[in-house]
Design a protein. Structure first.
Length: 522
């Protein structure tokens, strides 16, 4: 062999990743190195775009007859300004009649296509399928592509939002003036529709104005479809409009079980026994208030107006109140908002995001390799939920049994032939970086730069792999995924998972680099 050929072969021996996907810095849905994942979802899903708006489903008043658009041709639809910011080209978009509001195509007139161009007020689709032969001027536009989520305050890109299927059982979730679902109690009137700009940018938020009767003031959904003994979360987007308190309860008596203050960064002011609560600030004075509880046989939903975050019995001034939008009740913890415009529940289908077939198996090393995963869990993993799987029972980041090791999340080496083996004391919550190196009989890992944890496994983890899945059965955000076709040393595992932070001054303004993006700090 000639010397130049030897040098060329040595040059190919790279220690770099065989797969590198960075969702927080590259929104093209294309891996920097290695094969590209494929994403699909059977219904629409919302997310927060860089402008802090909740997007993912919108409407169009374009008049169009599906019969006049050939498959393989293009169709253009006008949309409300700002409603498609963040939608990715080459994603699937379904434009449909949606007369029943369930977000499912069925036999309804529709045009399905690939998004090839968009402006602030229009989208262009390459049509892939269609149904219908008459002109329609009112369309529901459903985005079914990868959702690149952002911080609702800073606009900082967090990564790809990947979630399991969830159902919003609150009917008419934005229409509190609908008396067939909602009953007002000691409000001046049924909530006033279209009084404020909602978090999705539309004029659909509604104001709750308490009466001057000395008592609590609220709106009720008399029957929501909960199952006794199951854990649920109720959430709603709320904004102060003279008054600054909000309360939630599900049960038989009208007493708030979770209360919130809608001032400053927002705060949870109280929770009843067995309840937990969280509040998240959004732009323009909005907050998302979330309360988790275990259901009983009583299934009446109460949403309370508080004069403050601690005062819920008072006489209103008949002018002040709060603005509410986007109510949701779902199993387990809160997920992204699922709009419901109908009588009945609405389902958001699972995000399926993977690399399958030879596209992944050709870079898989059966002798050993290393995964590096960065992301954020919006809720804990329970048993049988996983973040990263390589097909079958080869699951690298796997949900622990809540009764084992007293954890609800843990890193697992699992080979399907025995009881799962856990990395004890490795818990995953909020934002994290983790690296795991897998060899024939051992796995080593570092979480956020921690000391290396090593366990033995049964040796079946390195079989031929034909699938790589990302948070396919979990709730969270994928910021970055790397795969190295070799075992990296322990020092590298720690270095790859250590988050650096240092102050930087730019044009006299203090900013901070947090490993994902730049945040202005003053």
């Amino acid at each position: 062999m000639e010397l130049k050929n030897i040098i060329m072969q040595q040059h190919r021996r790279s220690y770099g990743p065989a797969l590198d996907i960075a969702f927080s810095t590259d929104k093209s849905n294309v891996s920097r190195t290695g094969p590209n994942p494929v994403h699909s979802r059977a219904s629409s899903g919302t997310f927060v775009n860089q402008n802090g708006r909740i997007v993912g489903k919108t409407r169009s008043t374009t008049s169009l007859n599906p019969a006049r658009v050939p498959v393989g041709g293009v169709a253009v639809f006008e949309v409300p300004s700002g409603s498609v910011v963040g939608w990715l080209n080459n994603s699937v978009v379904v434009v449909m009649e949606d007369t029943d509001g369930d977000d499912q195509i069925g036999a309804q007139r529709h045009i399905t296509g690939t998004l090839i161009h968009k402006t602030d007020t229009a989208i262009t689709l390459l049509v892939t399928s269609k149904v219908g032969t008459t002109t329609l001027s009112s369309w529901s536009v459903s985005y079914r592509g990868l959702r690149v989520d952002h911080d609702p305050i800073t606009g900082l890109c967090l990564g790809a939002l990947i979630e399991i299927s969830k159902t919003n059982i609150v009917e008419m979730s934005e229409s509190f003036d609908n008396t067939s679902v909602w009953t007002q109690v000691r409000l001046v009137s049924q909530p006033v529709a279209n009084t404020d700009i909602a978090p999705d940018g539309s004029l659909t938020a509604e104001k709750f104005i308490p009466s001057n009767t000395l008592d609590n003031h609220r709106i009720d959904d008399p029957t929501i479809g909960i199952v006794s003994g199951s854990s649920y979360t109720v959430s709603a987007f709320v904004k102060a409009a003279g008054y600054t308190g909000f309360g939630i309860h599900v049960g038989s008596s009208p007493v708030p079980s979770a209360t919130f203050s809608l001032t400053g960064s927002g705060s949870v002011t109280s929770t009843a026994t067995g309840w937990s609560a969280r509040i998240y600030p959004y732009r323009d004075g909005w907050y998302r208030c979330c309360a988790t509880f275990t259901a009983t046989t009583a299934n009446r939903l109460y949403l309370f107006v508080g004069q403050t975050g601690t005062t819920f019995t008072y006489a209103g001034d008949t002018t002040s109140g709060i603005v509410v939008w986007g109510a949701q009740c779902e199993l387990s913890r809160e997920s992204s908002y699922i709009p419901n415009y109908r009588l009945g529940s609405v389902i958001r289908s699972t995000d399926i995001y993977n690399i399958s077939g030879t596209a992944f198996s050709r870079i898989w090393n059966t002798r050993g390799g290393t995964f590096v995963f960065e992301g954020l869990l919006s809720s804990g993993l329970s048993i049988n939920q996983y973040i990263l799987s390589s097909g079958g029972n080869r699951r690298w980041l796997y949900g622990n049994n809540p009764g084992a090791n007293n954890n609800t999340e843990a890193l697992v080496a699992f080979d399907g032939a025995s009881t799962p083996t856990y990395f004890t004391n490795v818990r995953i919550s909020t934002r994290f970086k983790i690296a795991i190196s897998v060899e024939s009989i051992t796995c080593s890992a570092s979480l956020n730069g921690s000391t290396i944890t090593t366990i033995n496994h049964n040796g079946n983890l390195l079989n031929s792999v034909t699938l790589l899945e990302f948070i396919a059965n979990s709730l969270g955000i994928v910021t970055r995924v790397k795969y190295y076709s070799k075992n990296l040393p322990n020092t590298s595992l720690q270095a790859l998972t250590t988050t650096t932070s240092e102050p930087i001054t730019y044009n006299g303004v203090a900013i901070q680099y947090n490993g994902v993006g730049l945040l202005e700090t003053s």
